[in-house]
Design a protein around this ligand. Structure first.
Ligand SMILES: [Fe+2]
Ligand SMILES: [Fe+2]
Length: 344
């Protein structure tokens, strides 16, 4: 009787080689598995955040502050859905490692929690159905939000016809998409948004929003760190992808992201509010953009200092709050060092 055999496909050589690798042992990228396990320790739910506590504060805001928070929540209405879409359409497809796909599955869940958090935020902050509908439509109607969304969509579209990363050029296109979402969207647009939240908190306002933002901030920092781990891995495996042209493209992309976020800042801040204006937001964004470039191994371009003292210890403070809450609420033991973004 003839014996039929099914040839085992060769394991991929590199992380971006096309395919659907399934083999977890021997594990090629234990770092990604560790990131998955770390992320599981950070589980939180929207129901733990008391947004109702913010309602009396909202009634006390000045017209300028009310305009700012209205625009900010309108950005939040769609930001994480865009990231989740790219995760499924691009990252999960092309990062060919089952342990990395475990992390991405977890990240997708976290993005869903973020979407739910911002849905609840808008439902609480905007009781009028017309105001709520307008906020969710901001991605089409408010130019400063629409332009940021279009920046994101352009980088999603740039890889959509790529079925497999066959050539070096394909891989560079993928890397630009990955770097865009980590450094420009999660690492700059969202960091800009978080600064407004912590500016309110520094003035004793909107603590419910700040509490949820602490956990979102921590998640986003880890999403970015994972993406940068992927970049490091690809750089080690295929160093020739990281040429001067890629450096120029990443720098230009970050400059464009800073300008888009600044247009948003002009819309939010108008002529300026106490402790928050377009000039200080420009400095902050330039400082953050330089840190992203440096982390990616490219030369910083702005040389700006962070002007927002309320952001400086954010990572540490948020981490402390998180573990205090975890330990007291659930007695979950957390061991070992947790990598925060080096920058905050
Ligand atoms: Fe998110
Ligand atoms: Fe994210």
């Amino acid at each position: 009787m003839p014996v039929t055999t099914h040839p085992t496909p060769a394991r991929p050589q590199n992380l971006l080689d096309p395919g659907f690798e399934l083999t977890l042992r021997p594990m090629r990228y234990p770092r990604f598995y560790e990131r998955y396990r770390d992320a599981i320790k950070n589980t939180w739910t929207v129901e733990e955040v008391d947004l109702q506590a913010d309602v009396p504060d909202l009634a006390r805001l000045t017209p300028g502050e009310r305009h700012l928070i209205g625009r900010l929540v309108a950005f939040f209405a769609t930001g994480d859905s865009i990231v989740a879409n790219n995760l499924v359409l691009t990252l999960y497809k092309h990062i060919n490692s089952p342990e990395a796909r475990l992390y991405l599955s977890r990240q997708l869940f976290e993005e869903a929690v973020h979407v739910q958090f911002y849905l609840t935020l808008l439902d609480t902050y905007l009781p009028d159905p017309d105001d709520r509908a307008a906020a969710f439509a901001a991605v089409e109607n408010i130019p400063s939000i629409r332009d940021k969304a279009e920046f994101c969509f352009r980088w999603i579209d740039s890889v959509q016809e790529l079925d497999r990363l066959r050539t070096k050029a394909d891989r560079r296109r993928f890397l630009l998409n990955l770097i865009c979402f980590a450094a420009c969207i999660e690492g700059l647009f969202f960091y800009g948004a978080f600064a407004y939240v912590y500016w309110f908190r520094s003035r004793g306002l909107l603590h419910g929003l700040a509490t949820g933002t602490n956990w979102v901030f921590r998640d986003e920092t880890m999403h970015m760190s994972f993406a940068f781990d992927v970049v490091d891995t690809v750089r080690a495996e295929e160093p020739d992808l990281f040429d001067e042209e890629l450096g120029r493209q990443v720098t230009a992309m970050l400059r464009e992201a800073v300008e888009a976020e600044l247009q948003f800042a002009r819309d939010l801040c108008g002529d300026g509010l106490p402790g928050m204006n377009t000039d200080s937001m420009r400095q902050y964004l330039e400082c953050v953009a330089d840190q992203r470039l440096a982390r990616l191994g490219f030369a910083p371009v702005y040389g700006s200092e962070n002007p927002f003292s309320f952001m400086e210890l954010q990572g540490v403070q948020e981490l402390t709050n998180f573990f205090e809450r975890r330990v007291s609420a659930y007695q979950v033991a957390v061991e070992g060092a947790v990598a925060l973004d080096e920058d905050f």
